[in-house]
Design a protein around this ligand. Structure first.
Ligand code: 13P
Ligand code: 13P
Ligand code: MG
Ligand code: MG
Ligand code: MG
Length: 363
């Protein structure tokens, strides 16, 4: 049976500040998706949050980029924004950049990761969600999962993974894409995906074209033309069989790495793996967080979730992320904690520099 998994997310208001989602908004979203399920639009759904981002995890049979699914998700965000406005939550409707839905949620602010596939005899999937970081944050973990044998031993010892994968890489500035074959082209590919902010990995496929991973790559600052918070991306990964084992998909997050985001979207900081309950960025509006929910699909039903990072084996990663956070914070407003100047263009800084422009004299 063909199933589509759609993960569509938006920040529709933070509780308190940018730290968390409000339970009333989650409840409202749950009721909206329950209605969609009753109508037969959805097979199943799970509503959750990552920090101040509301996450709609949905299964259906309408394929990717379906107008009915996107419109229902958009309407859900609009309804939740009304709740957020009544509670005067912070930045109510923050990620809804347009007034009316126009066919496809892409380009309207919310982030979307979707994949359609023939459901296998057993179909384990992991949905990764991040807060206080940008799209592109999945580049290093996707590389490790699908191209690094030090992370994924299956690439070496599993016959059905040994031939490698294909990575679809987007150029978000020039709206172009390119596909690389790994392991043959890893050096070429790393030239680009090492610059994660510009060249996010959109999807990973097997050689026969089966979808393996899909991520959201929307750039809020490009869409809005000004700073409206960070992208806070999501990513879906299929596991086992010809794909990484669940433990191989989770392994990259055992070593915190630096991502763009954190306070005012203007700083580098460590990505900390946490449970959903611990996904409220707090210290200096951070450090950036990542959650991972696992599901077994059964005829499209979402059996789960398992909250993977609610586990003692990530304690050390959290400790390390805290240590890294202290180290980065010591730089205060200085690089390399603060983003380099060209990246600061997409924050609130340009207003300040415009104000001072006329005071600069030639030297
Ligand atoms: P089990 O014997 O627990 O099924 O483990 C199999 C395995 O390959 C784990 O990576
Ligand atoms: P969000 O994108 O999570 O709303 O973060 C915005 C911000 O500026 C935090 O300091
Ligand atoms: Mg916010
Ligand atoms: Mg957020
Ligand atoms: Mg955001």
């Amino acid at each position: 049976m063909k199933v589509t998994v759609s993960v569509i997310k938006a920040d529709i208001g933070g509780f308190v500040g940018h730290s968390d989602a409000h339970p009333d908004c989650l409840c409202t979203a749950d009721s909206a998706l329950a209605r969609a399920k009753e109508k037969g639009l959805l097979i199943d759904y799970h509503v959750t949050k990552c920090g101040d981002d509301l996450q709609l995890i949905m299964t259906h049979q309408k394929g990717e980029n379906n107008g009915d699914i996107h419109e229902m998700a958009w309407d859900t965000f609009v309804e939740c924004t009304e709740v957020a406005k009544k509670l005067k939550l912070y930045g109510a409707g923050q990620d809804l950049l347009t007034d009316a839905f126009s066919g496809n949620i892409k380009g309207m602010g919310p982030g979307a990761a979707e994949m359609e596939f023939e459901e296998r005899v057993s179909e384990p999937i992991v949905v990764f969600m991040a807060d206080k970081t940008s799209s592109g944050a999945w580049n290093m973990p996707l590389y490790k999962m699908f191209a690094d044998p030090f992370n994924t031993i299956g690439l070496v010892i599993a016959e059905n993974m040994h031939q490698g994968f294909k990575f679809e890489v987007h150029d978000v500035k020039e709206s172009k894409k390119i596909t690389f074959k790994t392991p043959e082209e890893i050096y070429d590919m790393l030239v680009f995906i090492g610059a994660a902010n510009r060249y996010p990995v959109k999807a990973v496929y097997t050689l026969s074209g089966e979808i393996a991973a899909s991520s959201s790559t929307q750039k809020l600052a490009f869409l809005a033309g000004r700073y409206v918070g960070k992208d806070d991306p999501v990513c879906i990964v299929r596991c086992q069989g010809a794909f990484p084992a669940v433990g191989e998909a989770l392994e990259p997050f055992a070593k915190p790495y630096l991502v763009e985001g954190w306070m005012r979207g203007s700083h580098y900081g460590p990505l900390m793996p946490v449970s959903v309950a611990q996904s409220q960025p707090t210290r200096f509006d951070g450090p950036p967080r990542v959650t991972a929910l696992g599901f077994q699909l059964s005829e499209g039903r979402l059996v789960g979730p398992r909250d993977f990072f609610a586990d003692v084996s990530y304690d050390q990663a959290r400790q390390k992320a805290n240590d890294m956070a202290y180290m980065m914070r010591e730089h205060g407003p200085f690089e390399p904690h603060r983003l380099p100047l060209d990246e600061m263009e997409y924050t609130t800084m340009p207003q300040v520099s415009r104000k001072l422009e006329s005071r600069f004299e030639a030297i």
